[in-house]
Ligand binder design. Structure first.
Ligand SMILES: Nc1nc2c(c(=O)[nH]1)N[C@H]1C(S)=C(S)[C@@H](COP(=O)(O)OP(=O)(O)OC[C@H]3O[C@@H](n4cnc5c(=O)[nH]c(N)nc54)[C@H](O)[C@@H]3O)O[C@H]1N2
Ligand SMILES: Nc1nc2c(c(=O)[nH]1)N[C@H]1C(S)=C(S)[C@@H](COP(=O)(O)OP(=O)(O)OC[C@H]3O[C@@H](n4cnc5c(=O)[nH]c(N)nc54)[C@H](O)[C@@H]3O)O[C@H]1N2
Ligand code: SF4
Ligand SMILES: [Mo]
Length: 702
């Protein structure tokens, strides 16, 4: 039968690798995937892919993936049709809001919300109508400190400088493991080659991580740091840069550097060494090496974001780049100029305009920290959450104290999930609305082009036709919006298809109608391998959105947070601290249902240093019980020299043995959920981001 080659990017993770997919037309008129390979003609990813892309066909063919709306009746699931489903949602949510107020309905948006353009362009079409302040997302278990820091320093939460990995001579990575994650807030397909190229050009890669990660293993230098204490290391580095006069001039207009210098004067390498576990001499030398490099960049990710001083860490990362003259400089940290420019077209965001009802946690950009979600459901009183809409998320496995959240979900009056699996979270829903699968819809990456290490753009056409009776995510939102407006008498503007919105974004953008390139959707359709728009260039001066058009080096709330840091108790000796990790064959909580990815030896053990095992009389491979303030799990322990003594590592996204989960392969190799141990009270209290790393635990024989 006829075979066709398609070119499009994979959008499962942030690397947006180009793919070449071969399909074959079947006698019944449908198409089957024959092969999925890296697209060698993609100038950005140059043929690179990871095993998850090959599993796109498993998502497509998975018998457990839902293909029609499902309504739960007791413990049974019954298929219903779309219109009936939309009407049911409108009726239930409007009745709950009428009785208990608008905030009684909460929303949680998960990670794929930024990996699927229909979710980006259309979710607020429906969710906005709910007019609730109880909006939550995976941002507050992830990169919230990045947004807050950029909002405060540069005037826009999305104006995040990206490491210029291809031109730097010195890259310092804290709390990121791009060899497993394929890069994050640094869209960089092919990251291993690009990191190794730093060394080939005579440069240096330094990794700071409590685990000798896959990335640390290829680095020139790896430093163990005590979990949650990176701020001590970064403060000491910055202090050394000032004290030893290793700073360089910046061409940017900057306000507040003197205030920074004064505020950090006491945080010397000698004073900070005991906190972070790195010798003072090593910290000073690191600062000197960084300053001496012609072009250097400091980059901090998950491990330093989801910890008790996540915002402080992200601020210090920016400052180290700034004071060494590496901010907005080739080979340092640069901002992109994407073809669809969300920085130019949106306002800079807001912070702490209102707070959560129970714990008073701050909103950012209209969202509250998800660590507060369960307590907002469980705590009685005016404003209590009675209903929830989840979109592309699995908060039971991905947010702190998942067991408490389960208890809260069980007590809701109504829950809607827009998702294609019955998983640990959606099993509590009254109704699940499943969208089309990744290869069945078009995609344009408005998020990850914004964070890419080159200015790139591409439109990804669907590879497979939309099945009869199926709806894309954006069409589900339109259906819900219409039904809700009809029920409540709300006003609804006409909706536009996502590709029309992208066409407009491209034409109004920096390479659009007013430029020589005249980019539009039509241009991109003619370039299925994507278009390279050039290397990143210094542009931050012209993009700043602060009121004074200056970089604000010393935002008052960050300066004040130094006192919280200084007042914190020193880490206890002998205490075990839990951190997380990722594996290249895994994707958060939802890609464990494909045999291709989970086969072979299990990858969800608790890693522990052999000395810590011996001290507890434990042996490699033994089942252990891990306890924290909030709960306990049982899991197999594996001895690992990669681990810093006193630190244990467990990947999140496992724990599929919960009753009612309908994911056959995942349930066979369930693992345990790290978030049954993480603590909803352990936060970066400045931003409200969850501190998922550095959780005190005890480990004994099971
Ligand atoms: N302990 C610990 N916890 C963590 C982390 C950690 O490192 N350690 N990492 C955190 C991070 S960085 C993140 S981003 C979160 C992720 O947390 P979440 O976003 O809550 O969860 P995911 O596991 O990404 O689940 C995604 C869900 O979306 C569904 N889905 C996939 N594609 C689509 C689609 O196109 N449309 C729709 N409607 N649904 C889709 C899947 O079936 C799945 O149910 O977890 C966080 N939690
Ligand atoms: N294969 C795969 N790729 C993914 C994902 C996935 O689940 N699987 N998830 C995607 C998502 S949603 C995200 S947000 C990105 C995340 O991408 P990354 O930020 O690269 O995240 P991780 O790979 O979890 O690496 C975090 C590192 O921080 C270390 N760490 C933990 N605690 C501390 C600490 O206190 N200090 C320091 N210095 N280090 C610490 C851990 O040991 C780990 O090596 O990955 C994305 N890509
Ligand atoms: S690294 Fe893997 S999952 Fe991420 S975009 Fe590339 S192929 Fe897809
Ligand atoms: Mo994430």
């Amino acid at each position: 039968m006829t075979k066709t080659l398609h070119h499009r990017a994979c959008h499962l993770c942030e690397a947006i690798c180009g793919l070449t997919i071969e399909t074959e037309l079947q006698a019944d008129g449908s198409s089957q995937i024959r092969s999925i390979k890296g697209d060698a003609q993609d100038s950005f990813s140059r043929g690179h892919i990871c095993p998850k892309a090959v599993a796109l066909q498993d998502i497509q063919n998975d018998p457990d993936r839902l293909r029609q709306p499902m309504r739960r009746v007791g413990s049974e699931w019954q298929a219903i049709d779309w219109d009936e489903a939309f009407a049911l949602v409108a009726e239930r949510l409007s009745a709950i809001q009428e009785r208990h107020g608008q905030n009684a309905v909460a929303v949680y948006q998960g990670n794929p919300s930024v990996h699927n353009y229909g979710l980006m362009t259309h979710s607020s079409y429906f969710l906005g109508q709910l007019k609730t302040r109880n909006r939550y997302s995976a941002t507050s278990v992830d990169q919230l400190p990045h947004h807050l820091t950029s909002h405060l320093m540069y005037g826009h939460g999305l104006l995040i400088p990206i490491p210029d990995i291809d031109h730097t001579d010195f890259m310092l990575i804290l709390g990121g493991n791009p060899l497993a994650s394929n890069g994050s807030i640094m869209t960089v397909p092919d990251v291993e080659k690009r990191l190794k190229a730093i060394k080939t050009r005579g440069g240096k890669l330094v990794v700071v991580d409590p685990r000798r990660s896959e990335t640390a293993a290829i680095a020139d230098q790896h430093l163990f740091v005590r979990p949650g204490q990176d701020a001590a290391l970064l403060l000491a580095m910055l202090n050394t840069l000032f004290e030893e006069q290793l700073t360089g001039a910046s061409h940017l207009p900057v306000a507040g550097l003197d205030a920074v210098r004064q505020a950090i004067a006491a945080f010397t390498a000698e004073a900070m060494s005991a906190r972070c576990g790195v010798p003072a001499g090593t910290i000073r030398q690191l600062a000197r090496d960084f300053a001496a490099a012609d072009k250097a960049v400091c980059y901090g990710r998950m491990g330093v974001s989801t910890q008790a001083f996540g915002s402080l860490c992200q601020w210090l990362v920016q400052l180290i780049n700034l004071v060494t003259g590496n901010l907005d400089r080739v080979g340092g940290a640069l901002c992109t100029e994407p073809a669809v420019d969300l920085v130019a077209s949106t306002s800079g965001g807001h912070f702490n305009r209102w707070q959560s009802r129970v714990s008073g946690l701050p909103e950012y950009g209209g969202e509250l920290p998800v660590a507060a979600l369960a307590e907002e459901m469980l705590t009685e009183g005016e404003g209590q959450i009675r209903a929830l809409v989840t979109v592309a998320g699995n908060p039971v496995l991905s947010t702190p104290n998942g067991r408490q959240l389960e208890q809260a979900l069980d007590g809701l009056e109504f829950m809607l999930s827009i998702d294609f699996y019955i998983n640990e979270t959606t099993r509590y829903a009254d109704l699940i609305l499943p969208p089309t699968a990744p290869l069945e819809h078009d995609h344009y990456d408005t998020t990850f082009n914004l964070f890419a290490v080159r200015n790139v753009t591409r439109f990804n056409q669907a590879v497979l036709a939309k099945p009869m009776g199926a709806l894309h995510d954006w069409e589900i939102f339109v259906g819900l919006a219409k039904a809700f407006a009809a029920k409540t008498g709300g006003e609804l503007k006409p909706s536009m298809a996502p590709e029309q919105m992208i066409d407009m974004g491209l034409r109004f953008g920096p390479y659009g109608d007013r430029s020589e390139r005249k980019l539009s959707l039509a241009t991109l359709r003619d370039h299925p391998h994507g278009l390279d728009l050039g290397a990143l260039k210094p542009n931050l001066g012209g993009r700043l959105k602060t009121a004074t058009q200056q970089v604000q080096a010393a935002p008052a709330i960050l300066i004040a947070d130094l006192q919280r840091f200084a007042a914190q108790a020193l880490p206890k000796a002998g205490e075990l601290l839990l951190i997380g990790r990722r594996h290249v064959r895994s994707n958060n909580s939802w890609m464990h249902n494909y045999h291709r990815l989970v086969k072979g030896k299990p990858r969800h053990q608790l890693l522990m240093n052999p000395a810590d095992l011996a001290q507890r009389g434990l042996v490699d491979g033994q089942p252990v019980r891990v306890r924290s303030r909030v709960g306990a799990i049982e899991v197999e322990v594996a001895a690992s020299e990669e681990m810093m003594p006193g630190v244990v590592s467990l990947p999140h996204g496992w724990g599929h043995a919960r009753p009612g989960v309908q994911m056959g392969i995942a349930s066979e190799q369930p693992g345990a959920s790290a978030n049954d141990l993480t603590d909803e009270r352990q936060l970066d209290s400045l931003s409200g981001n969850a501190a998922l790393n550095g959780v005190p635990v005890q480990v004994d024989a099971a």
